[in-house]
Design a protein around this ligand. Structure first.
Ligand code: SIN
Length: 285
């Protein structure tokens, strides 16, 4: 029996009806991968996953990243990053409270950015029956395809410079400042603005104004203006999917074909708790 895949009807996103706590043979895994590449964002609803199962399923997509902000990793599963606004009794954040508050593609600041990320919803905020803390995704393949030919030509061979510390700029970020060692570990890195998907060969835009500081070989002002224009183009309604979370969702997104934004429309006592694994990808080309 083939797996059931229900597209969202938006520019990306689909639900896959598989219980990830059960064993998944190679044939079924290939179907999941195909559905993932076709839909860019896929959600598995109603999951009951242990940390070990979350990590084991994620590992089938590749080696897992150990996030640079070590204090928010689970001690016995350092592959899992806590993304949450919850604080301990001392009032300290127990996880990254501002992950994804600017549009980005995960780990674009590395030479080997992420192939995909898998976020597991454990607590989802709501108020008066309305679910809060949704996540927006933009299909950057469709965004690239919709560009005028002259812009595609201009972008050919150009690289944008990604800077991790740019993402620290969210106002009042509770995230600890990067140490000198962390800054040294994350130097600026240039990636193609138009990248080719390593599995499907499709081209997408790979640039966000939240973390790209310029374009190699282009004057600063002009580079920033192009980055902003491309960013604003990518987040047009026609390219978006909005994910409204339910407890038990395991949602994964393709960082080579989408960018995303976590919407912070909640605050304590409304709690949001997510476990994220991040699969390392290949050098963008
Ligand atoms: C992230 O960018 O990894 C977090 C996304 C989210 O919390 O919705």
């Amino acid at each position: 029996m083939p797996i059931s895949v229900l597209p969202s009807g938006a520019a990306l996103g689909a639900e896959i009806d598989v219980d990830l706590s059960q064993s998944i043979d190679d044939a079924m895994f290939r179907e999941i991968v195909d559905a993932f590449h076709d839909n860019i964002v896929v959600v598995f609803r109603n999951q009951h996953l242990s940390n070990a199962q979350h990590v084991a399923f994620s590992r089938r997509f590749g080696e897992l990243e150990i996030h640079i902000v070590k204090k928010y990793l689970l001690s016995d599963y350092p592959e899992i990053l806590l993304v949450t606004n919850i604080r301990n009794d001392a009032g300290e954040n127990i996880g990254l409270a501002d992950a994804g508050f600017t549009w980005h593609s995960d780990v674009s600041y590395r030479k080997h950015p992420s192939r995909c990320s898998l976020l597991y919803a454990i607590e989802v905020p709501e108020m008066d029956g309305t679910t809060l803390g949704s996540t927006l995704f933009a299909n950057t393949i469709r965004a690239y395809e919709a560009l005028p030919r002259s812009m595609k030509t201009w972008l050919t061979g150009r690289k944008a410079i990604h800077r991790y510390s740019e993402r620290m700029r969210v106002a009042n970020s509770p995230r600890p400042k990067l140490t000198a060692a962390q800054l040294a570990e994350t130097p600026d890195i240039a990636h193609p603005i138009v990248r080719t998907h390593p599995f499907t060969g499709r081209r997408s835009l790979y640039v966000t104004k939240g973390e790209c500081i310029g374009i190699e070989g282009v004057p600063d002002d002009e580079g920033r203006a192009v980055i902003e224009a491309l960013h604003d183009h990518c987040i047009k309604d026609a390219f978006l999917y909005r994910h409204t979370w339910r407890v038990g969702d395991l949602l994964m997104w393709d960082n080579a074909a989408a960018m995303h934004l976590a919407i912070c429309d909640y605050d304590l006592p409304q709690r949001r708790l997510m476990h994220r694994t991040t699969v390392i990808g290949s050098v963008p080309f």
